[in-house]
Design a protein around this ligand. Sequence first.
Ligand code: ZN
Length: 371
Amino acid sequence: MAIDQHGDAKLEGVSIRSLPKVSLHDHLDGALRPQTIIEIADEVGVEVPEAAADDLADWFEDQSDSGSLVEYLKTFDLTIAVMQTRDGLRRVAKEFVEDLAADGVIYGEVRWAPEQHLQGGLSLDEVVEAVQEGIEEGEDAVEASGRDIRVGQLISAMRHTDRSLEIAELAVRHRGRGAVGFDIAGPEAGFPPSNLRPAFDYLASAFFPATVHAGEAAGLDSIRSALIDGRALRLGHGVRIAEDLDVVEQKGEEVQVRFGDLARWVRDREIPLELSPSSNLQTGAIAAWGTQLEDHPFDLLYQLGFAVTVNVDNRTMSRTSLTRELSLLADAFEYTLEDLEAFQLNAAAAAFLTIEEREELIELIGEGFSA
Ligand SMILES: [Zn+2]
């Protein structure tokens, strides 16, 4: 299968980019255009490691592929540094929406941590408002170009700071004004969701939905805590749920799988997994299975009936797009259009929207894939 330089490929004669898609796990501070970073950095006096956009794009890729967490995290120091002003946040959010639409996304959820954007003197509420302005400007620009997209905010609290209850309250305060859900991000190992229990108790009491990064840098205990303490409706990656599957090869071709109670629960309750193939490879989340995309337990989880969704995680760091992730998966596992549609339908059903809105998305996806 030929994947072009923009990550697009033809499947059954159809461009994957042209198909309607839903993006659920997409970090705002991981999705900046290199040229925008250079321009804002110049305005606000931040140093950049490369002066030309192409070279900066290469730098992000190299840092992310380095295998060093320290080098990888430097990329976020840079993107977050240019997102400390109202104008910076607004521009980045607007372009985020435009780039999703250009990739064929019809509904997206953008996650980011407001507490990391207060260095310019803005308040938590002001940064959420600035991002919302940018999202709405982006939606308007997309509509003016003849397409449609909607994007909701997932407000993330950082696991290692002690602000999670305050951030949960911020998220609920902006319900109906852009915020559609809550997330926790940052170091997973050593910072289980149980540490943030007061925030999750508050969210549950307000009936505000949460997705939780779990099963990426830590294993089954972290996933368990995400479901029990976090009452997570979705798992951010969740890929290490596959550790609870015991794959027993039978004679011949037949493969038998024994489920642990946790894996059985996640599958049978259809708790969506926000899998991010390229990112999962780069962060070592799937190291137990191998180092190539073909080793990713994505296909095993899909074949077993888990509610798998396909995501980008950090587009700039992984130099990717949802189209590219789908192309790579189709290439690795010989997926058909029907498989790609199943992933989009799973994502639409998992969106933090009303049931009417989710049904509308499901209809649009069905139309787009059958056209
Ligand atoms: Zn993530």
